[in-house]
Design a binder for this molecule. Structure first.
Ligand SMILES: [Zn+2]
Length: 174
């Protein structure tokens, strides 16, 4: 399985490029690798972007937490992963929401902080079947989508938490 790049890697702070041919074997291969990682990391992960495995392509996979009602305790086999190719956020609400975020590329997923983001967004993308799709996201799911789309711009959630004392490991949070 591919390694997840960690904070400090310049790739994580480099903008990705649009996917031109969704059916290209390299692209399908990257998506499959990402899904494989997410299945293993399902109990502590809400998404993954291609740059995190070293591929500067606009591919993000977001966990459909909006379809779950079990606070991230949903059985891995029941989790739905939304593959978003060339995602673009079309609109953002003025209202904000604050949620805890972490990232598999920051301290191996064990560093969390409160991030404020627009509460509701609309995103358009090409799905895994190659079809254009539009989706509204709110609350925590909206954070998931914005976090992953940020990765494609070379932005980490740490950017929104300027004070490092506002970051906590899971031990510290308990
Ligand atoms: Zn992340």
């Amino acid at each position: 399985m591919r390694k997840i790049l960690q904070y400090g890697s310049p790739i994580l702070e480099t903008p990705s490029k649009p996917v031109k041919n969704i059916n290209a074997p390299e692209v399908q291969n990257i998506i499959n690798e990402m899904l494989k990682i997410l299945k293993v990391e399902a109990d502590r992960s809400a998404g993954l972007s291609a740059p995190q495995i070293g591929e500067l392509l606009n591919i993000a996979i977001c966990r459909r937490t909006d379809l779950e009602n079990d606070d991230l305790n949903t059985k891995p086999s029941l989790i739905e992963w939304e593959v978003m190719i060339n995602p673009k956020i079309l609109s953002k609400s003025k209202e904000k929401s604050i949620n805890w975020e972490g990232c598999l590329s920051v301290n191996d997923g064990d560093l969390f902080g409160r991030v404020e983001r627009p509460q509701e967004i609309e995103v358009e993308y090409i799905d895994i079947a190659g079809k254009p799709k539009k989706l509204g996201a709110s609350g925590f799911f909206s954070h998931v989508v914005q976090h992953e789309v940020d990765h494609l711009k070379g932005i980490l959630f740490l950017k929104y938490i300027p004070d490092p004392t506002e970051l906590y490991t899971s031990d510290e949070l308990e």
